[in-house]
Design a protein around this ligand. Structure first.
Ligand code: PLP
Length: 433
């Protein structure tokens, strides 16, 4: 092959060339087989080369492959919006705005929240509160709301100075407390921040229901989101749930917030929405959020050339139908429990493992602080050499280098394949320890 002119994540690294993928495996040009233990970036949730999904792209492209959103709507886009509303299953309707990436979905969520208050004449209510140890996307607006030190540091002068609170991070509690004696100090911090800044200046609070890339799967303590919901309501602040990584079955429920019976005002989806077959993401907003906009400007001041692309919406619809048809949400719950239990057994032999946590097939392994942030990359590289793909979750916050990996295989993984994953992970840990 000619010298590569492709800009890759690390320019001094040799990346294998993927030439084929099937089920939970990807094959490179030399025929080497990789077990996709992370579904790429927690994306390929159905595994690779699922016939129904491939056919959905093909069939749609024969009908209409592209129309522009200000000129036409399409059948798959309308059906997808209906389907997502049905899946949320709330008293209110949720409206969908389709974009191409999780970052765009976060930007759109931010704009819808601000516009919701602008339409009511509350133009000062325009800040978005967020949390440290969080990731909502790489574009400037999304990054402004993200508490991910490494991804922010070069661009800080360009970012909005949005206020942040601590993450509900029990393993290394920012308040040095223990649940339940802590009385959810991390949730109460939201109210303290709102009082300090003034609710009249805050449009929304954004959070990943379970923190992904920035913290290696941080599951909040019981009662956290119920309290967050109450605080947001008390101060007329919209709650944005970033379900880009956690949504659509990944955690063993259709949406991660279902674990706590909480509904957001705005939700973002991405990654698993297309299971990686085409780019698509979505911002969903409830009737309550949409009402002043529908009565006012009647338009969301955002949009992209490829918004609601017919092929992508057809794929997303096929993905959601496939998840239902194959009972994959239930499967995620059962396979996730098996994987978690096997990881706990494995961890007994490796003192470098500090914490294992997760829900469904979204599992984080955090290494002890003695590793000083050095292990993640070594483990990801060694695992890839052995034929196992893992997702690095080294975040870094004030004075702390997060050192974790995410294990998040496709929903279709069998127990035999879980055993293979555990064996490859064990061999990797033996080599790096
Ligand atoms: N939100 C969350 C929770 C994510 O994990 C990510 C990506 O990792 C994003 C948003 C951004 O999505 P994208 O990379 O598709 O822009």
């Amino acid at each position: 092959m000619k010298r590569s002119l492709l800009i890759k994540p690390m320019m001094d690294e040799d990346y294998p060339t993927a030439v084929r993928a099937e089920g939970i495996y990807i094959y490179d040009e030399h025929g080497k087989k990789y077990l996709d233990g992370s579904s790429g970036a927690v994306t390929a949730s159905l595994g690779h080369a699922v016939t129904e999904i491939i056919e959905a792209v093909h069939e749609q492209s024969k009908e209409v492959s592209f129309v522009y959103r200000s000129q036409f709507t399409t059948i798959p886009a309308e059906q997808l919006a209906q389907k997502l509303n049905t899946l949320i299953n709330a008293k209110e309707n949720y409206w969908s705005f389709f974009v191409n990436s999780g970052s765009e979905a976060a930007e759109t969520a931010m704009k819808i929240a601000i516009q919701h208050f602008q339409e009511q004449g509350k133009t000062q209510k325009n800040k978005i509160l967020s949390r440290w140890i969080s990731y909502h996307g790489i574009t400037i607006g999304a990054l402004s709301m993200s508490g991910h030190v490494k991804r922010r540091e070069r661009f800080v002068p360009l970012l909005e100075d949005y206020p942040s609170i601590s993450a509900p991070y029990c393993y290394q509690c920012p308040f040095h407390k223990t649940f339940p004696d802590c009385q959810l100090a991390c949730a109460s911090e939201l109210e303290t921040a709102i009082k300090r800044i003034g609710a009249q200046h805050i449009a929304a609070f954004i959070a990943e229901p379970i923190v992904g890339a920035a913290g290696g799967v941080i599951v909040p303590p019981e009662g956290y989101y119920q309290q967050i919901r109450k605080i947001c309501d008390r101060y007329n602040i919209l709650f944005i749930a970033d379900e880009v990584m956690t949504g659509l079955g990944r955690t063993g429920k259709m949406f991660a917030l279902n674990h706590w019976d909480v509904l957001p005002d705005i939700m973002t989806l991405g990654k698993g929405l297309s299971a990686g077959y085409t780019p698509i993401a979505a911002t969903l907003a409830s009737d309550k959020v949409m009402k002043p906009i529908l009565q006012g400007t009647k338009s969301i001041m955002s949009g992209h050339t490829f918004s609601a692309n017919p092929q992508s919406t057809a794929v997303a619809l096929a993905v959601l139908n496939y998840i239902e048809k194959e009972n994959l949400v239930e499967k995620v719950e059962s396979q996730g429990a098996i994987l978690l239990q096997k990881l706990h057994v494995l961890a007994k032999g490796f003192p470098m493992i500090g914490d294992i946590r997760g829900k469904g097939l979204l599992i984080g392994v955090e290494f002890t602080s003695e590793s000083h942030g050095s292990l993640t990359q070594k483990i990801v590289t060694t695992a890839r050499e052995k034929g196992l793909l893992l997702y690095p979750a080294s975040a870094g916050r004030d004075g702390f280098e997060g050192d974790a990996i995410i294990i998040s295989p496709p929903f279709t993984i069998t127990e035999k394949e879980i055993n293979q994953l555990i064996k490859l992970f064990s061999d990797t840990l033996h080599e790096v320890q």
